[in-house]
Design a protein around this ligand. Structure first.
Ligand code: PAF
Length: 351
């Protein structure tokens, strides 16, 4: 069995490095899909470096190839591209992924999987098996093949629920997804748990809230994750974002067939504003020294993933008839590239 990785950003690097270290026997191929990556790889000495507590750790021994030139069936693919470029990045691999293959989606936000299903794998019979992962670690890039693991947290892997509809589970013990899931769970540094479909959905929605708060606000206030929580005024804004997202999530979970819950049930209680607040503050503390992925994107002049995070909240709200003005303003500021000071919060986000 072998593993391919597409998308060598922070998550791709962290996964490649951890798998290499814990399972040196498994062939791991890095797939390059951007011009210049192969040259950068040579310059980096064909190694991935992860720095923890100031200590660099370099791992080599990877295989690599151009996504357009490499051939052969892919058994396990870790997909860690940016959400908005996933469909395009995956197209050249379409014929190399079949019903025996596993694709692990490792991205922030919600929406990519449905795009991939409809645009890349519309045929159910030849569609690969899907897994999804949520990485709560804080990690930022210092150069193309080097990152700092600034917030050591945990990760979750689970089978996938497309657009919150019920899908057959693909994770029985003999499932093709087992190999990849087990190998990741057995990387101690990642602290990964394999969870049920329903638990994964909850983890995914909790991560959405974390990203809907930390990512855009670190861009708007141009700060490290932890700095957001030092300001009482920013904390009030955080509560307002959370309140809107909480309403949307509870509305969705209360109406989908999978999740028929009554308000006040223990599962839905995880999504009340108070619980979400505790979760968001805890992640803020764990990743205090991190530069959020969205701020890294902005600092590097890249497009952000806001459409798949707060944008998803607004879109889902509109479909459900619920307005989310604070999230809408947040998206607007990020898209306009406009930062504000704490003193401007009340003017920009009127109650
Ligand atoms: O996108 C990110 O940066 C991360 O998901 C997180 C957990 C917010 C840490 O920075």
């Amino acid at each position: 069995m072998s593993i391919h990785i597409l998308g060598i950003g922070n998550l791709g690097k962290l996964l490649a490095h951890s798998l290499r270290k814990s399972h040196p026997e498994i062939p791991i191929t890095l797939l390059f899909h951007r011009p210049g990556l192969a040259e950068d790889w040579e310059r980096a000495g064909r190694c991935i470096e992860i720095v923890r507590n100031g200590q660099p750790d370099r791992q080599g021994g990877f295989l690599w190839g151009d996504v357009w030139k490499e051939r052969g069936q892919i058994q396990n693919l870790i997909l860690a591209t940016k959400t908005y470029s996933t469909v395009q990045a995956l197209r050249p691999l379409k014929d190399r992924l079949g019903s025996e293959s596993t694709v692990l989606f490792l991205q922030n936000g919600i929406g990519t999987i449905d795009e991939v299903t409809s645009q890349v794998f519309p045929q159910t019979s030849s569609r690969p098996n899907y897994l999804a992962g949520i990485i709560n670690h804080g990690i930022y890039t210092t150069s193309q093949f080097s990152s700092v693991h600034a917030g050591i947290a945990n990760a979750v892997i689970g089978p996938l629920l497309s657009q919150f509809q019920s899908m057959p589970s693909t994770t029985s013990p003999e499932s093709p997804t087992t190999f990849l899931a087990q190998k990741i769970v057995n990387c101690p540094i990642l602290s990964t748990s394999f969870v049920s479909k329903q638990e994964f959905l909850h983890a995914q929605l909790q991560k959405l809230v974390i990203n809907a708060v930390i990512n855009p606000l670190t861009v708007i206030f141009d700060c490290f994750n932890g700095e957001l929580f030092h300001s009482a005024r920013i904390c009030t804004l955080i509560d307002r974002i959370i309140a809107e997202v909480s309403v949307i999530i509870i509305a969705i979970l209360s109406t989908t067939s999978q999740e028929q819950q009554t308000v006040g049930s223990p599962l839905l209680a995880r999504f009340d504003p108070e619980s979400l607040r505790t979760t968001v503050h805890a992640v803020g503390a764990k990743t205090a020294k991190n530069i959020s992925s969205m701020r890294q994107d902005v600092l590097a002049g890249r497009r952000t993933e806001i459409d798949y995070i707060n944008g998803w909240v607004i879109k889902t709200g509109a479909e459900t008839g619920i307005e989310c003005p604070v999230n809408a303003r947040t998206v607007k500021l990020v898209k306009e590239g406009r930062g504000i000071s704490e003193d401007e919060i009340d003017d920009v986000f009127p109650s």
